[in-house]
Design a protein around this ligand. Structure first.
Ligand SMILES: CSC[C@H]1O[C@@H](n2cnc3c(O)ncnc32)[C@H](O)[C@@H]1O
Ligand SMILES: [Zn+2]
Length: 432
């Protein structure tokens, strides 16, 4: 056994208590071996966490990581106009190398802000899988399949590609890449495709992830056509299950909330994207009270515009209070739970908790900062005051991915240069 000890810090436990402890990691299995009294470990190597707070690596449960190339290119528009006028015309010009560069940039950004795992639906997903492997993070990946704007044969090809990717790449990168089947949304995929392909995914036990109930424009047409709420329609299609998770769930009524709880289907809350696109306020406290599993995501960098999950926790707590009209709603423990154990469970990773047996995915936050002073309540700081740039070390699967803010697996300068070049060429092609 080869071991790494994270020593000298205070550790956030699964019950949200925080106390001084050392974390012993088995780097061969990539799991936490023990959490022990300070000074008791004897390990092959040590990572100094003194003066810091050791937290589970954050889990970004809904993103399109390569969309970092679109950051700042399309702001201040509602979802439909944003997608149709700005995003989709440029995505039509995407090449594999663009997705690789955008993914590397996004993954570098996530490692630098304490995120160790993410769920992603996009295009050219083998490229994303390759960067996940190289960077050392953990991810659940799906090829996003869509039927609008495609002829029948092209749409079938897209859906077959989605299933093929899910089957071929599951378990790669030493098990750090897991896969899923990802139809884009309830309104952009024709019903017949759901009827044909969802059973195929279910047969192979492939998790399903899709956008749903993000804007009112996604609700009304379905109610009109099917005389059903969108999530009743989704249930009829076999989309709601324990290993399904949907992004957004902003416009859900009480019956849909009940359905989600009954089916144990998780909602991934994306507060920044919902605010920026003016999609609405998800009823997060209501979902939690009803027993719906809730995770947290950034969505893509074009609608956020960063991938910092600390920002997202703060946004979730803030907008959760506004939505409920109650300052007690979505408190700090609820926001932390969403970004860690909640997201990890939704995505299907045994991460998001610092406890023996769990994946050794963690981040160390430097608390020695003016904006983190004094220290009345560190859980409060995590949600309301910490920034991604306060992360000192990031560890995933027992491997140190960032030490003292230096990336260990990616060359940051190269990643930034490459992303700049690819973004410029991509937007030039789109404007030609
Ligand atoms: C088919 S791959 C994913 C597809 O989703 C687009 N996208 C990015 N953000 C959102 C969002 O908030 N709602 C719906 N779709 C979104 C992305 O640009 C890709 O085309
Ligand atoms: Zn999305």
């Amino acid at each position: 056994m080869d071991t790494l000890a994270v020593t000298g810090g205070e550790v956030l436990r699964p019950d949200h208590s925080i106390d001084p402890a050392d974390v012993l990691i088995d780097t061969v299995t990539g799991t936490i071996d023990a959490v022990v009294e300070p000074g008791e470990v004897d390990a092959d190597r040590e990572l100094d966490a003194s003066g810091g707070l050791v937290v589970p690596g954050l889990v970004n449960a809904h993103t399109h990581v390569a969309m970092t190339l679109f950051r700042g290119s399309a702001d201040d528009k509602q979802l439909d106009d944003w997608l149709q006028e700005d995003i989709w015309p440029v995505e039509a010009e995407l090449q594999a190398g663009d997705v690789r560069a955008g993914a590397a940039l996004g993954i570098a950004e996530m490692i630098r802000s304490g995120t160790t795992a993410f769920a992603d639906m996009y295009f050219f997903m083998p490229e994303v899988a390759a960067v996940v492997e190289e960077a050392g993070v953990r991810a659940r990946l799906g090829h996003g399949a869509i039927t609008v704007g495609k002829d029948d044969e092209a749409a079938h090809e897209d859906f077959r590609a989605g299933l093929e990717f899910a089957r071929e790449y599951d378990g790669t990168a030493d098990g750090r890449v897991r896969t899923m089947f990802t139809p884009h949304s309830l309104t952009t995929v024709d019903e017949s495709f759901y009827r044909e392909y969802v059973p195929k995914a279910r047969e192979d036990d492939i998790p399903i992830h899709f956008h749903a109930n993000e804007t009112e424009n996604e609700v009304d047409p379905l109610v009109e056509e099917y005389d059903q709420r969108p999530l009743e329609y989704a249930d009829d299609l076999g989309l709601l299950a324990e290993n399904s998770f949907l992004a957004h769930g902003v416009h859900v009524d009480d019956r849909e909330i009940e359905l989600l709880a009954e089916r144990e289907t998780a909602v991934i809350h994306n507060p920044a994207s919902n605010m920026k696109l003016a999609s609405g306020m998800a009823p997060v406290q209501k979902l939690l009270d009803a027993g719906v599993p809730v995770g947290l995501g950034t969505d893509g960098a074009a609608s956020n515009n960063d991938l910092d999950m600390f920002d997202e926790m703060r946004d979730a707590a803030m907008i959760g209070k506004l939505a409920a009209g109650d300052a007690r709603a979505v408190d700090a423990p609820a926001a932390v739970e969403m970004a860690t154990a909640g997201s990890a469970a939704a995505v299907g990773f045994d991460s998001g908790r610092i406890e023996a047996g769990a994946n050794a995915d963690l981040a160390v936050i430097d608390l020695d900062k003016p904006h983190l002073t004094p220290r009345h309540d560190l859980l409060s700081h995590l949600v309301y005051a910490v920034k991604g740039s306060d992360v000192r070390h990031t560890v995933c699967d027992g491997t140190v991915l960032m030490a003292d803010r230096e990336l260990q697996t990616l060359d940051l300068e190269e990643v930034i240069d490459d992303a700049r070049e690819r973004a410029e060429a991509l937007f030039d092609r789109a404007q030609a």
